[in-house]
Design a protein around this ligand. Structure first.
Ligand code: PHE
Length: 453
């Protein structure tokens, strides 16, 4: 994404590039552990309900804002109304916080990929392996440096087209591989079917406001919403491509991959824990890394599958981290009139400053807690549960009162009828702002321990 506004190569090009940004660790690493933690089927149901309402409406609005203004997020709001310039800046801050800790997890993925390549599959299947690994100081830092360094090198050479190409090949393989592992697990492991039921069948007694808080944060994160990324993508989109259809396709891709990832991981954990649901609820960020090596260990040809799988996850993470970094770099280039090289170096520097503590939070700085959270969790919380809801709320206000919902409708109808217009209008004007405020209030009250939800 150089400063001149080029377009994607065609219909599928836009969807693929946006899906390349959307599908990443959020789907494969974050979604399954949240689903396991927040009640399985009920989380899935809330997530899907939110994605067809909130997710859809915000996504079409963001893409339309981008395409109408022809500008990236940081300028788009301000160019449509000066008073909202700050919203562009606020949105731009989110990738700055996410990229570093995203790259820490990306580093874990690279480590596991090389682990499988070098034949350590057996060792990685041991219970204590993951804990020992993230509990060490230098190794995770080194893999983090490799991941962020690689992202920086790719962004340095300016490869917007590259994301499209990589996504085209990676996406189908990732989907097939995930589906294959899920089917294999379900068919071959004891009790796995109970895990499928836990994951798919909503148990309303497990519902709490935190289920909605977690699902909303996950929705923003996974679909790259409320951080200006879809606005930037929209600014590259040609006028004759349907925003509505593209948004639906991106959502289906994104939710489909997340769903399959859950199906691959949750029944397996359920089986390993001997059908203990309470054990699932205690799982955290390490879930994927602890479970999958065990699954692969028991599989014929498991090492090869492990290599292929972690490679695909690595690519998915990389296309996302590239779009995160590209967004920040293009801001430095446009706003501060810096060259690409200098901008990349600055962003790399900021990422190291935030990423190193996020990584050390599991080892040397394990004692450091913010609001009772370990550092990586805190960065995750601050961006997903606080900043993104604020941005999403203000975006709704902006669309409703400044831009007017109809402007978005007109932009969308440039390429045909807007079928879900009514739903979009109701969500953007009423449902989303009210719910988002409620969600924001509960997550903040909960984090400060004022109300235990
Ligand atoms: N949506 C990406 C994921 O699910 C994360 C991401 C967020 C990527 C924001 C780019 C921008 O992994």
């Amino acid at each position: 994404m150089s400063s001149k506004r080029s377009s994607f190569t065609g219909k599928i090009g836009f969807v693929l590039a946006a899906a390349g940004s959307a599908v990443g660790l959020g789907n494969i690493w974050r979604f399954p552990y949240l689903a396991a933690k927040y009640g399985g089927g009920i989380f899935l149901l809330v997530y899907i309900a939110l994605s067809v309402t909130f997710g859809f409406s915000l996504m079409v609005a963001e893409i339309a804002i981008g395409r109408k203004s022809g500008k990236s997020a940081i300028e788009a709001f301000g160019s449509l109304d000066k008073r909202f310039s700050f919203l562009g800046w606020l949105a731009a801050l989110v990738p700055v916080i996410i990229l570093p800790y995203y790259s820490v997890i990306g580093g874990w993925v690279v480590k596991y990929f090389f682990g499988f390549v070098s034949g350590s599959a057996g060792a990685m299947a041991q219970d204590s392996y993951f804990g020992n690994y993230i509990g060490s100081v230098w190794q995770p830092l080194m893999w983090f440096a490799i991941f962020i360094g690689l992202t920086a090198v790719i962004v340095l050479f300016g490869v917007e087209k590259g994301i499209e190409k990589v996504s085209k090949v990676m996406m189908p393989i990732l989907i097939l591989l995930t589906a294959f592992i899920a089917i294999y697990t379900i068919c071959s492991m004891d009790n796995a079917w109970g895990g499928v039921i836990y994951y798919i069948k909503p148990d309303f007694s497990k519902f709490s406001i935190m289920t909605v808080v977690a699902a909303t944060g996950q929705l923003f994160y996974s679909m790259s919403l409320a951080m200006g990324i879809m606005i930037t993508f929209g600014s590259y989109m040609k006028k004759d491509i349907s925003i509505e259809k593209s948004a639906k396709q991106i959502e289906i891709f994104d939710t489909g991959v997340a769903f399959l990832a859950g199906l691959m991981i949750i029944p397996a954990v359920y089986s390993f824990s001997g059908g203990d649901e309470a054990a699932l609820a205690q799982k955290g960020a390490g879930l994927m890394f602890e479970t999958l090596p065990k699954v692969f260990d028991g599989m014929p040809g498991g090492t090869i599958i492990g290599v292929a799988f972690f490679f695909m996850v690595f690519l998915a993470a990389l296309t996302s981290s590239i779009s995160l970094m590209e967004t920040i770099v293009s801001i430095f280039m446009d706003k501060f009139k810096l060259g690409r090289k200098v901008s990349c170096l600055i962003v790399l520097g900021i990422s190291v400053i935030i990423g190193v503590p996020a990584s050390l939070g599991y080892s040397a700085w394990g004692e450091v807690k913010v609001l009772g959270m370990q550092l990586l969790d805190f960065f995750d919380f601050a961006s997903n549960s606080v900043m993104m809801p604020i941005i999403a709320f203000l975006t709704c206000v902006f669309v409703t009162f400044i831009l007017k919902p109809n402007t978005v409708v007109e932009e969308i109808e440039l390429s045909g009828k807007f079928k879900w217009k009514k739903l979009y209008e109701i969500v953007i004007k009423y449902v989303a702002p009210v719910c988002i405020l409620a969600i924001l209030a509960s997550s903040v009250l909960d984090a400060f321990g004022i109300v235990k939800i």
